[in-house]
Design a binder for this molecule. Sequence first.
Ligand SMILES: Cc1cc2nc3c(=O)[nH]c(=O)nc-3n(C[C@H](O)[C@H](O)[C@H](O)COP(=O)(O)OP(=O)(O)OC[C@H]3O[C@@H](n4cnc5c(N)ncnc54)[C@H](O)[C@@H]3O)c2cc1C
Length: 433
Amino acid sequence: MSVLIAGAGLAGSEAAWQLLRRGVAVELIDIKPIAFTPAHHSEGFAELVCSNSLRAEGVLNAVGLLKEEMRRLGSLVMEAADATRVPAGGALAVDREAFSRFITERLTGHRLLRYESRELTALPDDRLAIIATGPLTTGALSAAITEAFGTAQLSFFDAAAPIVEADSIDRERVFFQSRYDKGEADYINCPMDREQYDAFYRALLSAETAELHGFEQGQVFEGCLPIEVLAGRGYDTMRFGPLKPVGLVDPATGRMPHAVVQLRQDNAAKTLYNLVGFQTRLKFGEQKRVFSMIPGLERARFARYGVMHRNTYLNSPALLTSTYCSKSRPNLYFAGQLSGVEGYVESAASGLLCGIHAAQRFLGKKPEPFPPETAMGALAHYVATPGRRDFQPMNVNFGILAPLNLKASGRKDRNTKLAERALHIVDRLAKNL
Ligand SMILES: Cc1cc2nc3c(=O)[nH]c(=O)nc-3n(C[C@H](O)[C@H](O)[C@H](O)COP(=O)(O)OP(=O)(O)OC[C@H]3O[C@@H](n4cnc5c(N)ncnc54)[C@H](O)[C@@H]3O)c2cc1C
């Protein structure tokens, strides 16, 4: 008896390791090398398809904290990353070939692992399985997933607007109001006068966009245009679209502003707000530069930048528990980008938790969700928490961790306390996992 893992990417490799180190046999399958997705090219496991960076180090940064939690939980991906790192300032970057080789050799050399190159085309119903086939899950498996859960439950394209941390919005420059005062004053409005709008419009038109991959050409829908494409259609197009000011009165002037950027609450804890209608293909640095021109966002911290790219992911809040387990088919776990996390490290982290939970199940124990005070647990709770209108994948950030009950003097102190709290919990949990 073994656990089946489909996908030997970041999530599947880490999940496999967590099962193996708990004495559980694993059957790992990947379509590589008999076939490749449009972004994968090498034969090894845990292929980094684009950048070779696992982003910031240091636990005062949320992704640094996530990496440290993973180390303390015996992560193979982190062991490989630490062993194959290359100089990259404050970031953890790796030699991608050595990194993949490290992971491939460790897994294929394990006596409890059996690897086979084959495509998963149907969801197993007779055994415990982890599906970790990633953002470019093949068509046959995508079809099987939609057949099992419904067509509305699987997205193929990620069009996400940026999200900012609530406490970095300048409250002196914005106002709470709903259009025409309908319902509760749920939106934060960032008012622009003509001069501010002109400058913003010009900056948007000249900003640099991210490169498109060949398989992403033509994947923009008319109902979901990038904000820079809207701007390109004419000076006033944004003012008749997401930046329309009608029905809003700025209490500071008593008048309708020339244009308004609206921010919508993004999580129950009110720590995150998204920029309504701001899906974009601008490069991340450009998003910071241009969107910081919006009144009230001059010093905004971006919990997530906007993206528009090919990405297969589940509507996880409807389908998964916070142990990454399917609610309706409990023999199935989903990990990695497919589960609605975003990024290499986050994918590996979800694989790590998934592996622990699947091992617990396999060994007859009851899987307990990780607490949202930890970065690992916060991600798992984020993907499994209903309440948002349209679920979008998320990078780890301090805004999704359970809020701090202690007083903090500034951001550095807050992050220090959040990190200390998280690592304390992880150390305690690690003893019994
Ligand atoms: C083009 C592109 C660029 C990206 N760049 C970055 C970046 O620079 N930094 C970053 O942090 N994140 C990036 N990401 C996002 C994401 O974090 C990575 O894709 C990450 O590798 C996801 O991990 P995963 O384990 O979920 O999937 P993957 O690492 O993609 O692993 C999935 C595996 O499943 C296999 N597979 C697919 N379908 C099947 C099937 N039906 N049967 C069997 N095997 C199958 C694939 O061959 C692959 O090996 C990028 C994504 C894409 C698509």
